[in-house]
Design a protein. Structure first.
Length: 461
């Protein structure tokens, strides 16, 4: 049917074109206009019924080529710019207009601003796509607006980012850290405070205070990262007093703060004390206005509660007995000016807390809540439809979703994509996993296998 229709369509098309150009011959001009319109209507109905493709697509290419009597050259289609990207890479210029869009952080800048690395899953994504794209979300925009309108002559305002597990609290904090770094702030970043209260390989009695315990390995790692991200401040800030590191080693008053950092890196035994000196000097000099200070702590709820550490007599270690935690608690107070404190609550690495806990009251406890009060709560929710569309479109563009059924045709269907059946098992991918590692093993079994293994009809998580 298609091949028989093409000559008729081409003939009518030529006739119409000739009439418009005024070049019809008398024989062809004798066709009445009413007859011509009737022919066009009948052909249009035939074309719509026989040549229409699936999903409302255009005509078949062969029929479409036959409709034109003038040969046309193939023009390469220009791919429109993806709406989920933004070319604005400066966080200071991000507004509600950019909400839900992904902005790029140069890889060189990632190494300088986040020398300790980013969340593990995000690091895998960077390695896979060879680029770091962060989504502009409303919680981060809210904090940035507060920081832009703050009066830094007043005591530091504290912000607490909270939300359910996996909603993006850490990446929201990283967005704020990137903003402050771009603005020339001194950034004191603790990427995961929970690492200071568990799985510590070495605990030593403090030489400064016998009632405290030093963590030289954790302290030296933090000093190295602090030096990388704040190199230019280490020569500008001078010590305000003399510090003794031993019988023969000392740092004189008026020396660059970088010498204290180098002392902690060269003598790992004194690294914890060096961290305390760095925090003390920064806090006491922040009010002068020569620099702005951001204290960013991910998992701040680790500073209160319990630890997994044990002393030599097997008695538990409380957080306030750790030199690093003791000094960091002083930094999250609001008894200083010239900056801000931005923290986040984390249940992922939290100890002795219920898996569903996520509110400040639940994770901080009474002691931690009273220590941070007053603070500005910043809730982080799951992706909005717009944010999901951006993430979905980004994975499609990067060809991360390659299955034919992974490309849902419409916006409404994007949120309801059913996972396609796979004929043969696919190799495990580093990101994102098909089943979370924390999920019960029986989630990957068939109903009959679950019954045989567990003796129950259902498997609760």
């Amino acid at each position: 049917m298609r091949s028989s229709l093409i000559p008729e369509i081409a003939k009518v098309n030529q006739l119409c074109f000739a009439q418009l150009q005024g070049t019809t011959n008398p024989a062809e001009a004798a066709v009445p206009p009413e007859e011509l319109r009737k022919m066009l209507r009948s052909l249009r109905g035939l074309v719509c019924r026989s040549l229409k493709l699936d999903h409302g697509c255009a005509l078949h290419t062969a029929a479409r080529d036959g409709l034109s009597s003038v040969p046309t050259q193939d023009v390469p289609a220009v791919r429109p710019r993806a709406i989920f990207h933004t070319s604005e890479s400066d966080p200071a210029k991000h507004t509600e207009q950019h909400e839900g869009c992904l902005y790029n952080i140069p890889l060189e800048e990632v190494k300088a601003v986040f020398p300790h690395g980013l969340p593990y899953r995000f690091q895998q994504q960077i390695q896979t796509f060879n680029e770091a794209r962060v989504m502009v979300r409303r919680p981060a925009l809210e904090i940035l607006a507060y920081l832009k309108g703050s009066n830094f002559a007043h005591p530091a305002v504290r912000y607490v980012i909270y939300g359910e597990r996996g909603t993006g609290k850490t990446m929201t904090l990283c967005h704020v850290v990137h903003y402050c770094s771009r603005q020339g702030w001194l950034v004191l970043h603790i990427p995961d405070a929970h690492l200071w209260v568990k799985n510590c390989k070495e605990l030593l009695q403090s030489s400064y205070n016998k009632d405290r315990l030093d963590q030289p390995l954790q302290a030296s790692v933090w000093l190295r990262n602090f030096k990388t991200s704040n190199e230019r401040f280490l020569q500008e800030i001078k010590t305000q007093k003399k510090y003794m590191w031993g019988k023969r080693e000392s740092t004189e008053e008026g020396r660059p703060l970088g010498e204290v950092v180098e002392q902690g890196l060269a003598r790992v035994r004194s690294a914890s004390d060096a961290v305390g000196v760095v925090l003390r000097e920064i806090k006491q000099q922040s009010h002068r206005g020569s620099f702005r200070l951001l204290v960013a702590v991910d998992g701040v709820n680790a500073l209160w509660g319990r630890t997994t550490l044990r002393k030599e007599d097997k008695s538990p270690v409380s957080p306030e007995e750790l030199t690093l935690v003791h000094n960091l608690r002083k930094m999250v107070r609001n008894d200083w000016s010239g900056g801000a404190v931005v923290t986040s609550l984390s249940q992922t690495g939290s100890l002795f807390k219920h898996s569903s806990a996520y509110t400040p009251h639940e994770l901080l406890g009474k002691e931690g809540f009273d220590a941070l009060d007053p603070f500005v709560p910043i809730p982080v929710a799951n992706y909005s439809p717009r944010e999901f569309e951006s993430c979905y479109g980004y994975y499609l563009e990067r060809k991360w979703l390659q299955h034919e059924k992974g490309r849902c045709p419409g916006r409404g269907e994007n949120r309801g994509c059913a996972r396609p059946a796979v004929s043969e098992p696919a190799p495990p991918l580093p990101f994102p996993p098909s089943i979370p590692p924390s999920a019960p093993q029986c989630l990957s079994l068939s109903p009959s296998q679950r019954t045989r293994r567990t003796g129950r009809r259902s498997c609760s998580s």
